[in-house]
Design a protein around this ligand. Structure first.
Ligand code: PAF
Length: 278
């Protein structure tokens, strides 16, 4: 795996590869890599001539400085972990991505104001700026994103449309631990006792999906609220059903409905989701 630290060096190298008709797959990350990331890289590795991974903890998308400070930074382990499924790593310093103050503009509508957008003001602006800049540096043919960050995925699709990036966005299924917990770099911060409780999140989502199918949106939401009230370690931030394209919160089941949850477990904020088709 080759490592590039500067925009210019990786841009020039990838342009040369493109001239040789090589296809480029891209997996942007913030490091602290786990099996979920590796699955994205393996998919890219199988589908493209060259696979590029970026590791950059993007301060612009953190609305909480404690979260930014505590974000795990494990570059050596990360590099060993992805060596067999990645050709090129881009590992830039802050000044390479932000030589100037960001002034990009986007129009995300509901995607920016609902759910994650409401609870993490400025988060998606930060994600959109960094991904837009990374896309301009890497110019991939395909870019891979996990469905766990469902709202982020919709933001990226909208970004690609708004900024006319000629990039195919490939959504990839959520990778879970054997007990159902969605893989996340934040899981490392759970205490042992919290980690044991964490599978309740996905179990509850699956039960809520059954209630949605057989009963109503209201009853499924009440079930989720009541379940987490029983465990003092959890603090529910939101659970809503949305129609994925409009990202409108819905009170009735649509042909395609996504249930999205954000919940604190101790000091760690976790997100997950479930897709329900009629
Ligand atoms: O999902 C992430 O890890 C980040 O939000 C991303 C897409 C790499 C942008 O910093």
């Amino acid at each position: 795996m080759q490592v590039f630290k500067t925009r210019e060096s990786i841009y020039n190298h990838l342009q040369d590869l493109k001239k040789q008709q090589k296809t480029i797959g891209f997996v942007p990350t913030m490091g602290a890599l786990h099996e979920g990331h590796r699955t994205l890289l393996q998919k890219s590795y199988a589908e493209n001539d060259i696979t590029v991974c970026s590791i950059f903890v993007n301060p612009l998308q953190f609305n909480n400085t404690e979260d930014l400070d505590k974000y795990p930074r494990t570059i050596e382990t990360d590099m060993a972990f992805i060596d067999s499924c990645c050709d090129i790593l881009f590992y830039p310093d802050y000044s390479e991505i932000y030589p100037d103050t960001p002034n990009e503009t986007f129009e995300f509508g509901n995607l920016e104001t609902n759910l994650e957008g409401a609870f993490r003001p400025g988060h998606f602006y930060g994600v959109a700026v960094v991904v837009h800049r990374l896309f301009n540096i890497v110019n991939p043919d395909k870019a891979y994103f996990g469905l766990k960050d469902f709202q982020q995925l919709q933001i990226i699709k909208s970004l690609v449309e708004q900024k006319n990036h000629a990039i195919e966005i490939i959504p990839c299924e959520i990778i879970r631990e054997s007990d159902g917990l969605a893989m996340s770099s934040r899981n490392k911060r759970l205490l042992d006792s919290e980690r044991k409780l964490a599978p309740i999140i996905y179990q509850t989502l699956k039960q809520a999906a059954d209630i949605l199918k057989n009963k109503s949106v209201e009853e499924s939401k009440m079930f989720v609220k009541n379940t987490f009230e029983k465990h003092k370690e959890f603090s529910l931030e939101y659970f809503e059903w949305v129609e994925p394209n409009s990202f409108e919160i819905t009170n009735v089941q649509k042909p395609l409905t996504v249930g999205l949850i954000a919940i604190w477990l101790g000091k760690v904020r976790l997100i997950d989701n479930i897709i329900v088709t009629q």
